[in-house]
Design a protein around this ligand. Structure first.
Ligand SMILES: Cc1cc2nc3c(=O)[nH]c(=O)nc-3n(C[C@H](O)[C@H](O)[C@H](O)COP(=O)(O)O)c2cc1C
Length: 164
């Protein structure tokens, strides 16, 4: 079995989760940024990860999944600034799953990811009140994904592979 772990990561959080997942895979495997992947042909399974951008999935990742994952067995992993108890999180995660609605979605993992300082400053200056609110959340996101979230990603990887 050949497994792909692919990710889109602007500030490194989703990449950390990708690396943890990758380490748990004991079969033939590849770890690649999504922009280096042309299709899912030749892989038996793919973990695909991306950050939330602008209250939804990162566009390039959503486009890739819609185009290439129809009828393919995949798992998604997402990082976002929202804490797990935020009431908007469930809706946001459903939006992130939507591009995979024609895929065979075997697993889904999400955790918080630190809002980078530069990004927080950009959001604060955006002139968009919703984005400004996000910028102010930076302190709550510091240090994520933390050791516990990385460990959970490892367990997620093992459990997902076992389901195949
Ligand atoms: C342009 C931009 C928009 C973002 N919008 C959201 C958002 O709407 N909701 C959210 O929870 N996090 C948002 N974030 C935070 C990122 O999803 C979070 O920091 C993520 O862990 C970044 O992952 P990365 O380091 O792999 O790029 C945004 C980040 C950026 C850069």
């Amino acid at each position: 079995m050949k497994v792909l772990v692919s990710y889109l990561s602007q500030t490194g959080n989703t990449k950390k989760i990708a690396e943890a997942i990758f380490e748990e895979i004991k079969t033939e495997k590849e770890l690649k940024p999504l922009k280096e992947v042309n299709s899912l042909e030749g892989y038996d399974f793919a973990f695909i990860g991306f950050p939330v951008h602008g209250f939804g999935p990162t566009k390039n990742a959503a486009d890739f999944i819609k185009k290439h994952a129809t009828d393919k067995k995949i798992a998604l992993f997402i990082t976002h600034a929202m804490p797990p108890d935020n009431e908007m999180l469930l809706g946001l995660l459903n939006k992130c799953k939507k591009p995979a609605n024609k895929a065979d979605l075997v697993g889904f993992y999400n955790c918080q990811g630190e809002l980078a300082e530069k990004v927080a400053q950009m959001l604060m200056k955006s002139g968009n009140p919703q984005m400004e609110e996000f910028g102010k959340m930076r302190d709550m996101t510091a240090g994520h994904p933390n050791a516990e979230e990385i460990e959970k990603a490892r367990v997620f990887a093992k459990e997902t592979i076992e389901k195949l």
